[in-house]
Design a protein around this ligand. Structure first.
Ligand SMILES: C[S@@+](CC[C@H](N)C(=O)[O-])C[C@H]1O[C@@H](n2cnc3c(N)ncnc32)[C@H](O)[C@@H]1O
Length: 278
């Protein structure tokens, strides 16, 4: 997909009404293309080569024979890490987007583990109370309109002493890119999501829903040596109708010039995971 096509896929960010933000969210995640552009940048240029997904598996305290639920599974990246899925885990992957579920099913088909898939909104989970040993909600709670309601649902479906794992990012995450995009595109910063449920703001919600909560941070940064994947990343989040071709070309030129002059662009990352026990 070209940079222009990718940008053209994004819906207009016109007003702040609820229905508008719901429409933007549906458009953003109608399939895995936008999310995959962002994942590709992190996979290629992250300085911490251990890998966020492997690090998450290190932190999971999930029995060998367990029922595991993932909310907002996206493209199923967690299960495509180098860590094999424990064979006796019964994993149900859910997402509000049918397009994401279709893509994840295709992505995971060759893994040889039998996953179950269900299109579901985290605010109204179609599962019985106390049916899961663990619920994973990575990088998705900031999109949920009613976060306390979603965490109430997580608590309801968890078995007593079950764990909730919720990865998110901090306010410093990708701030150089946010600065650049705001400067070149003259649009508001994209920190709204992090402000809703981030490493700084998420703990209050988690503590209201669970007895024990801790936050683990994953140290990382990006050193990017090519302009195109960075443009794909920015365009995966930006709003085409408010950004002209000239603005996109201007930013691309700037990135190319920076890389020509310095050989790389350094970008901060701030990610981590809340671990909570019911
Ligand atoms: C940033 S992506 C994260 C995907 C994946 N967890 C990851 O870490 O790569 C957010 C995902 O949450 C989903 N999502 C957003 N709101 C949701 C909701 N209310 N219920 C369930 N899924 C939701 C989106 O469709 C999207 O796939």
């Amino acid at each position: 997909m070209t940079e222009k096509d990718s940008c053209a896929n994004i819906a207009a960010m016109a007003t702040n009404t609820d229905s508008d933000s719901a429409r933007r969210l549906r458009e953003q995640y109608k399939d895995g293309s936008n999310l995959s552009a962002r994942i590709r940048l992190h996979q290629r240029f992250s300085t911490n080569r251990y890998g966020l997904m492997r690090w998450m598996f290190d932190h999971f305290r999930i029995p060998e024979n367990a029922s595991v639920l993932e909310l907002g599974c996206g493209t199923g990246i967690l299960w495509r890490s180098p860590v094999p899925v424990p064979p006796r885990w019964r994993v149900i992957l859910t997402d509000m987007s049918g397009g994401m579920i279709r893509e994840t099913r295709a992505n995971l088909a060759r893994l040889g583990h039998s996953f179950t898939y269900s299109q579901a909104d985290a605010q109204a989970l179609p599962f019985r109370a106390a049916s899961f040993d663990a619920v994973i909600a990575n990088h998705m709670l900031y999109h949920v309109p009613d976060i306390p309601r979603a965490l109430g649902e997580v608590r309801r479906v968890l078995k007593p002493s079950g764990f909730c794992y919720a990865a998110t990012m901090g306010l410093a995450h990708m701030r150089e890119i946010d600065d650049l995009a705001a400067r070149f595109f003259s649009i508001p910063r994209m920190t709204d999501s992090v402000a809703r449920f981030g490493l700084e703001s998420g703990e209050v919600y988690m503590r209201r829903a669970f007895g024990e909560v801790k936050l683990e941070r994953y140290p990382d940064s990006l050193v990017v040596t090519e302009a195109a994947p960075l443009m794909d990343y920015i365009c995966s989040m930006r709003v085409r109708s408010r950004v002209s071709d000239e603005q996109v070309a201007g930013l691309r030129r700037h990135l190319e010039n920076e890389i020509a002059a310095h050989g790389e662009i350094r970008i901060s990352k701030d990610t981590g995971m809340f671990i909570a026990q019911r």
